[in-house]
Design a protein around this ligand. Sequence first.
Ligand code: ATP
Length: 380
Amino acid sequence: MANGTPSRRPLEPWQDPKARPYVRIDRVTKRFGDIYAVDDVTLEVYQGEFFSLLGSSGCGKTTLLRLLAGLEYPTSGRIYIDGVDVTEVPPYFRPVNMMFQSYALFPHMTVEQNIEFGLRQDRLPRRERMERVNEMLELLRIAPLRKRRPDQLSGGQRQRVALARSLAKHPKLLLLDEPLGALDKRLRENTQFELVNLQERLGTTFITVTHDQEEAMTMSSRIAVMEAGQIRQVDTPTAIYEFPNSRFVAEFIGSVNLFEGKIIDLQGDDVLIEAQFGGLMRMRSLQPHPIGTPVVVAIRPEKLRLCPTPPNNGRVNQLQGVVEDIAYLGDVSIYRIRTPSRLLVEMTLTNTQPRTEQVLTWDQEVWVEWSPTSGVVLTD
Ligand code: ATP
């Protein structure tokens, strides 16, 4: 601890230098011809984590998952699960189960036969098989559907059956490829919470692939943001949102305003930045940067505040502009404000008043301000 006082909260495993990772991906590359689907990736995942691989289409998420499952073998690098080098171990001998995007249920089998299938293959005695099937039917609340076939189920029900089938074998590690991809928004949101509760109860380590950032934010202990086969940042959802390490991650997760500028002074923990929009910004900087460094300041729309009256304390951390667009989303409204330098700034305000009393209106002149700790200073 920096100040020598003990922390009340136990360290998360990834903060604990003594913790042993359950999964270790060590400098893994996977090439298909000229394409580097996974490019020199190093990653550690700990037991009981709900870990998400997040990135846009084609960034290599599924390939990384398939490498863990043993459905692909790396071009170079090693993969360890529970301390054992499994790089060349075939899928069947890994302590891993994978749930595919398409669910891949057997159409001619009932729900309970689908769940039982893997247990039969493992030659578990009948009594134990039945116990596990019943346990899963209860856990996923699908007991009344046990005699139905997949074509007699809704998308959400099929998804539960696929999960039940994956979990019935009590895998230590479950890999999920877009597990909620086929569900509509409402069902997706409910299922997200259920999945997290289920995972906490079972203590299974989940590694999931998604391109849906909201889903990753809701469910994950940590997220790896991927781009072009590489990992750009691994962190908790809060840290990824509040402290993105690059412009790419800041823009990928949520909405963000990016103000370009140059450091012109160092003031304690803060840096003074001459912004391209014509003002000055004083921002807290986690990294030391020399004077003259070109930077981008990333500020989330909800961190901007409206000045009730035009400010008169100089030009630091303020912007003036005209309301160009308003999007009313019920709980919040998004305002797009055009500055004289033609920059478009996004600000979110919570709607505490009835709709008829919107805080701002089109073409209104406004002043916007922010504090030094409301954003991050980026050089990448
Ligand atoms: P999506 O979200 O669309 O599923 P992804 O991030 O999971 O995308 P991958 O499926 O891992 O991406 O693919 C990464 C890259 O590797 C892509 O350019 C893809 O075309 C390529 N790729 C994947 N599998 C193969 C293969 N078997 N042969 C050739 N190229 C492949």
